[in-house]
Design a protein around this ligand. Structure first.
Ligand SMILES: [Zn+2]
Length: 309
């Protein structure tokens, strides 16, 4: 059974940075977010190597390999994302990350209703073929999927096709809400509610995985002590230590947020929320998610020293 490493987190948690750091390990094969959603215009979408996806040597090899194995493959739709197809199918997939009872019944329905079952099997199969192909091209024994979303992890787990270890990546909710607010052009309240919803869904899905197969790490620690955190992840994943996180792989072919195109791949802690958020923003966040954020290890008071460092 192939082993997968899955990064589970809300968006804007630093998963693309973590993917690059992990991709430098010779035993890890990855393309970042295998769900390959939100690519926008595929004609102009650039791989992290800088080439347009359709011109990238690696992705051309993938396309040829998929066609040789008889699988359909289109850069505009990898066929790997569970949140595709009719609305009711997407709804059942989303329910998979809700409470245990809903998760169980939605999983049952997805497997009982013939049209759902065939769609689900098709997506699982496409992920399987693509994972094996990418691992054979890159040469890694462990496949890293940085797709993040808890609904996808649920479906991968329920399929029982892979041995899955989960890296549960946390980040201060104020940082995530601030990035979300700017990226989606919404107010802080909306962003904080969205973060709370996704983070809780991540927590619920992580709780369903055997404890020894979940490793919780913080984005802030990844930036401040990269070697220590990477050592912890490699040991968790049963891999040998790999030195020099600063030499993050620049020749990888990764899909994900725009950070993938940043040539330097420097490990810089993003703390813009500390200056972006006004006192009234912090109050709004506090009212919605303050207690929850603290329960994740992020505290309310910010000392001057912390701001300066
Ligand atoms: Zn590329």
């Amino acid at each position: 059974m192939r082993e997968l490493l899955y990064i589970l987190s809300p968006s804007f948690s630093g998963s693309t940075l973590l993917t690059f750091l992990l991709a430098a390990h010779p035993d890890i094969a990855t393309v970042g977010e295998l769900k390959a959603s939100a690519m926008g215009d595929v004609e102009s979408y650039r791989c992290s190597c800088g080439a347009r996806l359709q011109q990238c040597d690696f992705w051309r090899k993938v396309k040829t390999g998929m066609e040789k194995s008889g699988a359909k493959f289109d850069f505009a739709d990898f066929g790997t994302h569970f949140n595709s197809g009719p609305a009711w199918f997407k709804r059942l997939v989303r329910l998979g990350a809700k409470n245990a009872l809903l998760s169980y019944s939605s999983s049952q329905l997805l497997r009982i209703l013939p049209s759902c079952r065939s769609r689900l099997n098709r997506i699982i199969e496409q992920n399987g073929i693509l994972i094996d192909l990418i691992a054979s091209i890159q040469g890694g024994c462990l496949f890293l999927d940085g797709s993040k979303d808890p609904e996808r992890l649920t479906q991968l787990l329920v399929s029982r096709r892979w041995k899955i270890r989960v890296i549960h990546l946390l980040r201060d909710g104020r940082g995530i809400a601030n990035s979300y607010r700017k990226h989606h052009n919404v107010d802080l309240k909306t962003a904080a509610i969205e973060w709370l919803r996704t983070d809780r869904a991540c927590l619920r899905v992580a709780a369903r995985v055997a404890r020894q197969n979940v490793l919780t790490i913080k984005y802030e620690d990844v930036c401040q002590e990269p070697q220590r955190v990477l050592d912890e992840i490699f040991s968790f994943a049963g891999l040998a230590r790999n030195a020099s996180p600063n030499g993050a792989a620049t020749l990888e072919h990764v899909l994900g947020n725009s950070m993938r195109l940043n040539g330097s791949k420097s490990i810089l802690l993003d703390q813009k929320w500390r200056t972006d958020l006004l006192p009234q923003d912090l109050e709004i966040f506090e009212a919605i998610a303050g207690d929850y954020n603290r329960s994740r290890g992020y505290h309310k008071s910010v000392s001057k020293e912390a701001i300066l460092t």
